[in-house]
Design a protein around this ligand. Structure first.
Ligand SMILES: [Mg+2]
Length: 96
């Protein structure tokens, strides 16, 4: 395995860990603390997302990927998500 493959594997793992934490928060709430843990699901999402960002940054530093974030692409994604929030509201599947 190369460093590139190792870091890409780490990135995939961290993505899954973020997904797992988000799933737990959806099932049990952001403020729930899993037995044996001392952080809420919200805190653990931040922790795992930080892990994800760290590996993403390492991929950039190793010049494996261009890890620079395009602010225009960021704004476009936010706009797209907002558009689908409004669509979901119009369909009655999003109620708050
Ligand atoms: Mg992690």
């Amino acid at each position: 395995m190369t460093t590139k493959e190792h870091l890409l594997s780490c990135l995939a793992e961290e993505c899954c860990e973020v997904g797992q934490r988000v799933s737990k928060a959806l099932r049990f709430g952001l403020e729930e603390i899993q037995p044996g843990q001392n952080q809420t699901n919200a805190q653990r999402i931040v922790y795992e997302f930080t892990d994800l960002l760290a590996v993403f940054d390492m991929l950039g530093r190793e010049k494996i990927i261009d890890a620079s974030i395009d602010p225009i692409a960021l704004a476009k994604k936010m706009s797209k998500v907002q558009k689908y929030i409004e669509f979901a509201k119009s369909k009655g599947t999003l109620t708050d």
